[in-house]
Design a protein around this ligand. Structure first.
Ligand code: NAD
Length: 406
């Protein structure tokens, strides 16, 4: 089989996938597209790679698959176009911006017969992978309660990641939408489905105002899973960073290390299992996860996790039935709780049922809900936030000064 030809749309985050493709013998990068010419410069000198600023020209390039690393609230329409053209799709987070898009995306994947892989890399951090292996071994028993956190204080990098644009998706996104880093690893490990959600929004803060962000500081989803277990997912812009997961099962507990504990964070897992469901004589054991990909994965970013989603995407295209990728249904299980948590917040905290997008009837119902992030949902539930243009001007000049120094 000749090398798979892959194009990357969005050259900011997309740079990580381009780096993967340059370093692998599994596939080749053949095209990159970004409307910002400066972002394309590093790739112009790559042999065999054509750079585009216009998606309409990029999509005509001879390719087998496309990586979507464009704006987080615009993935689904591009994914659907690529699938309809017969291309396999790897989508960065988030998969969709509305319930209607979710239904349309599933139908496009099913109709195309192509691989759709969701790039939820946090499922592949060393501790997340080890939790999945442990859960599958049965040593934890049945999941009863879990917690997932993705807290990222983005204040220092806000100018670089929003370019001082008032309407950048990061500035207009409701607090609960970016939920798949905190939910994903628990669902991927247990294969449980979310069935209902209640949302909470951490209030707007002085830091949000400095950043020019118009949404609440952080979001929380309290999710009931298909076996009755409860998952708390917390994510957003609080004052410290945390990537952390914990799972309680009928036979014990396992959790990754807290960053503040300075004992290896996502490179360390603590397990405390009992032999049976009624004994409580287990002792905590420190596990340092390592798998056959760990050394090569260490060369990529996000605590080794950037390697796996692309690797398994390519394996899935090649027909490997054991490819451990996140398919479209699982992607939506991870993302829909964030959308519906916000609907819950807007409805005074009433729990909302999460549709199973594998089911045609539930999908048809979802099609009727066309409210999109960035368009129909107010960024903040407690009233409109107005921000002085000087905030964005300051961010733009900070970015310009940084670029001058480089
Ligand atoms: N999984 C992770 O760990 C991780 C980390 C960072 C970002 N992301 C995701 O990656 C995606 C990209 O994020 P980002 O940080 O690069 O910022 P971003 O969303 O601002 O960047 C999107 C890029 O796509 C380009 N683009 C968008 N629409 C275009 C169009 N119509 N034509 C040409 N170019 C277009 C923009 O110019 C920009 O460079 C987002 O979905 C984000 O959620 C994921």
């Amino acid at each position: 089989m000749s090398l798979l030809k892959i194009g990357v749309f969005g050259a900011g985050r997309g740079e990580a996938m381009i780096r993967f493709l340059k370093s692998t013998r599994e596939a080749q990068i053949v095209a990159v597209c970004d409307k910002v010419k400066d972002l394309l410069k590093p790739f112009e000198k790559y042999t065999g790679v054509i750079c585009y600023t216009d998606f309409e020209k990029f999509i005509l390039h001879d390719m087998d698959a496309v990586v979507l690393a464009n704006y987080a609230n615009e993935h689904a329409p591009y994914a659907i176009r690529c699938l309809n053209k017969g291309l396999h799709v790897f989508s960065e987070v988030l998969p969709v911006a509305s319930l209607a898009e979710a239904a349309e995306l599933v139908e496009a994947v099913e109709k195309s017969g192509k691989i759709y892989a969701y790039g939820e890399n946090y499922c592949y951090m060393p501790a997340s992978l080890e939790m999945k292996r442990m859960y599958e071994s049965g040593r934890l028993g049945e999941l009863e309660y879990a917690e997932g956190e993705y807290i990222h204080n983005c204040l220092p990098i806000w100018a670089e990641i929003t370019y001082g644009e008032p309407d950048h998706w990061r500035n207009t996104m409701p607090a609960t939408f970016y939920c798949t880093h905190s939910i994903g690893p628990i669902l991927h490990a247990t294969k449980l489905r979310p069935v209902s959600v209640t949302g909470f929004e951490i209030p707007y803060s002085a830091k949000c105002a400095m950043m020019g962000s118009k949404g609440g500081a952080a979001g929380i989803e309290m999710i009931t899973l298909s076996n009755g277990a409860v998952l708390r997912s917390t994510h957003g812009n609080l004052c410290k960073n945390s990537i952390w997961y914990s799972m309680y099962g009928t036979k014990g507990r396992m959790e990754s290390a807290r960053e503040d504990a300075d004992c290896g964070d996502m490179f360390t897992l603590y397990v405390n299992f009992d032999e049976t469901e009624v004994s409580c004589d287990g002792h905590a054991e420190k596990v340092i996860p390592h798998d056959k990909f760990a050394d090569i994965a260490a060369e990529l970013g996000h605590k080794n996790s950037d390697y796996y989603p692309m690797h398994w995407f390519i394996e899935a295209i090649k027909g490997n039935k054991d490819a451990d990728y996140v398919d479209v249904y699982e992607a939506l299980d991870m993302a829909l709780p964030g959308i519906l948590a916000y609907v819950s917040i807007l409805d005074g905290g009433a729990p909302k049922k999460i549709p199973d997008m594998r089911n045609e009837e539930e999908r048809n119902k979802a099609k009727l809900d066309t409210r999109r992030m960035g368009k129909d949902f107010p960024p903040y539930s407690r009233g409109e936030i107005t921000i002085d243009n000087a905030v964005y001007e300051r961010l733009r000049s900070k970015l310009k000064n940084k670029e001058k120094k480089q």
